[in-house]
Each structure stands twice: as structure tokens, then as C-alpha cells.
Design a protein around this ligand. Structure first.
Ligand code: ADP
Length: 322
């Protein structure tokens, strides 16, 4: 292994910079030249790649976003796009590729391996935490912390005005962020894609129940995959007499900001291990951390595999919201 490529793909996540930094420095330590590829898979089509030095990744461990930029690349869904990517890698004599991204990015990486024999290793770069093969993904901890800080502020105004506040957080297909935020912020209700029976009508019943128990202000956390916070707030207003509900959408604010120490450490561990994995002959793997230990999993056991929410945390929410 003489040269490896590294790219960030899909939605950005705080900690991606720390991940690329670790890939670059772990590669240099082994005498491998790391190549940074700009804007995810789109970088191949634009021929936008360059060798990175240790100084290129100086001073970025604490920065959100990704200095390599990230992108969604439609062409990579087509075999021709992947053929071009493989040709660019061959042209630059790059033997292996580290992809920091989520399930979609790993699907593309897996195809690049199957069709062109490129050695690929994925690192878990998504705020959603919806990847099997790791307890947490890079950016999840920071996103939860950002949302909890916002919820704490919202609770202040909810309390002052005796209001119900509905906070919509990111999570189209997974409720990891919503669940963690709900527990940490002391929310009364969480609406999660994994629990469709807990819908808006159920939420209104819960709000009415807690109102009867003497609660005057309440917090509802909604994962965006369940529905719009505005609609949930309107339903509460309409269906629960005596309430005044408002909605706040946290949206992309959760993607930004300086990564937490947990995210920086996870990103650094998995980035360095991705290089080690390539050197040790990994061909199509994912590097994650499970129960505090680095774990390499074949990508086919990660891509498309649904990671369940922790049932104990879901149950705890019900216990605490009384
Ligand atoms: P994430 O990696 O965060 O899940 P996306 O699903 O948007 O983000 O995927 C990022 C990129 O990965 C896409 O823009 C595309 O270039 C590539 N990709 C996603 N799904 C596929 C697929 N089924 N086949 C090939 N490439 C894919």
C-alpha cells in the first residue's frame, strides 16, 4: 500500500475533519501518501484530488464541517460514474480508499469494490447514528448536545408562558437523535420513526394526560421522519383544550459547530484504524467502536442493516415523563 485516498460523502457531520486528519497522519506514519478527494464522489468526476501533508490537516481537529467538503453525487449511482472513479484511482496509483459517510456512501463504496476491486474502508460519518457496526457515529454526540442546549433554552420560555413546545430534530429514518435529546432534555413526549403507533393523536392524549396531572409547560421532540413539528403543534392546539403550542425546527443547526471530545476521539480512532485495516488487507470493511473497542465489520453487514434503538432508553422516557 503506497497511496490511499480519503473523502467525505453525504451529509456533513462534526468530527469529519478529525477523521480525515487521523487518516492522513496514520498514513504518513506508515510511509503511505494520503490523497484528499474533494466533495465526495463528485471529486472523482472533477479530478479534484491531491496529496495531503501533515500540515494540510493542522488546526482542524476542533473544526466542524469538513475541509475536503462533502457532496451528494448522482453520477456515482450509475456504473459509468464508478468506472470513472476507478480509472482516476488507477491513474494516481491509489490502492485503497477511506470513505467517511453514511449508509448511502457505503453503498457506493461497496459497489466500487465489487465492480472494480478497489479496497474500500468506511468510517461512520453521520450525525444520525443509524449505522450498524458502531455504537455511535461521528457527529452524533455533538448534534445531540447542540439540540439539548436549544431545548434547555426553549424550556425556559415554555415554562414562562405555560406553553407546549414541539422541537423538530433531524432524523428522516432513525430516531436516535430524537430519543437521546428527549431523555437528556427531559421531554414529555418523543415521536420516533421506529414507533409509528406513537403518532400525533397519541401525542395529544399524552399532553392532555400530563395537563391533568398539573403540568403547565411541556416539551415534545419530533424526529423529522415522523412529520413536521408545525403540524404536531397545530394538532395539540386543536385537540387539547387549554394548551398553547409552538414549534421550533432545529434542522441544519445540528450539523454545525465544534465537535465534542467524544466525537473527536471516535473520529481519530476510526480514521487511524481505517488505514491500519487497509494495510492489513481489508478490502470492503467498516471501522467502528463497539463497547469501547475498535471493531472492523464487512461492509455488507453494515449497509442496509437497521440498527435498533435501545429499548431501555425508550422505556426510560415513559418512566420519566410523568
Ligand atoms: P449518506 O452517506 O450520508 O447516507 P447519501 O445517501 O446522500 O448520504 O449518499 C451519499 C452519496 O453516496 C450519494 O450522493 C452517491 O454519490 C453515493 N450513493 C448513495 N447511494 C448509492 C447507491 N445506491 N449506489 C451508488 N452510490 C450511492
Amino acid at each position: 500500500m503506497k497511496r490511499i485516498g480519503v473523502l467525505c460523502s453525504g451529509g456533513d457531520a462534526p468530527g469529519m475533519n478529525a477523521n480525515v486528519r487521523a487518516v492522513v497522519r496514520a498514513a504518513l506514519e506508515r510511509g503511505i501518501t494520503p490523497y484528499g478527494i474533494d466533495r465526495g464522489y463528485a471529486g472523482f468526476l472533477a479530478g479534484a484530488l491531491r496529496p495531503l501533508t501533515s500540515r494540510d490537516v493542522s488546526g482542524i481537529v476542533n473544526l466542524g464541517g469538513t475541509f475536503l467538503r462533502t457532496a451528494r453525487c448522482r453520477e456515482f449511482h450509475e456504473p459509468a460514474g464508478r468506472t470513472q472513479a476507478a480509472a482516476v484511482l488507477r491513474q494516481h496509483q491509489i490502492d485503497g480508499l477511506v470513505v467517511c459517510g453514511g449508509d448511502g456512501s457505503f453503498t457506493g463504496a461497496q459497489l466500487l469494490h465489487r465492480e472494480h476491486g478497489v479496497a474500500v474502508v468506511g468510517t461512520p460519518g453521520t450525525i444520525d447514528n443509524d449505522l450498524a457496526g458502531t455504537d455511535h457515529t461521528i457527529g452524533f454526540d455533538t448534534a445531540v448536545q447542540t439540540a439539548v442546549e436549544a431545548c434547555d433554552r426553549i424550556r425556559d420560555t415554555a415554562h414562562s408562558h405555560d406553553r407546549v413546545f414541539v422541537v423538530e430534530v433531524m432524523g428522516r429514518h432513525a430516531g436516535f437523535i430524537a430519543l437521546e435529546v428527549a431523555v437528556a432534555a427531559g421531554a414529555e413526549v418523543a415521536l420516533l420513526p421506529e414507533h409509528p403507533a406513537h403518532d400525533t393523536a397519541w401525542c395529544c392524549q399524552q399532553i392532555a394526560l400530563m395537563q391533568q396531572r398539573g403540568k403547565t409547560s411541556m416539551l415534545v421532540v419530533v424526529a423529522e421522519g415522523v412529520g413536521r413539528g408545525e403540524q404536531v403543534a397545530a394538532a395539540i392546539d386543536a385537540q387539547v383544550p387549554g394548551t398553547s403550542a409552538r414549534a421550533t425546527v432545529l434542522g441544519h443547526v445540528l450539523r454545525g459547530g465544534s465537535p465534542s471530545s467524544d466525537d473527536r476521539v471516535l473520529a481519530s480512532l476510526t480514521g487511524a484504524d481505517a488505514v491500519a485495516a487497509l494495510c492489513e488487507g481489508a478490502t470492503c470493511h467498516h471501522c467502528g467502536v463497539i463497547a469501547g473497542r475498535l471493531v472492523r465489520t464487512p461492509l455488507e453487514e453494515v449497509v442496509g442493516v437497521k440498527k435498533p434503538l435501545n429499548p431501555a432508553t425508550v422505556a426510560l422516557l415513559g418512566t420519566l415523563a410523568t
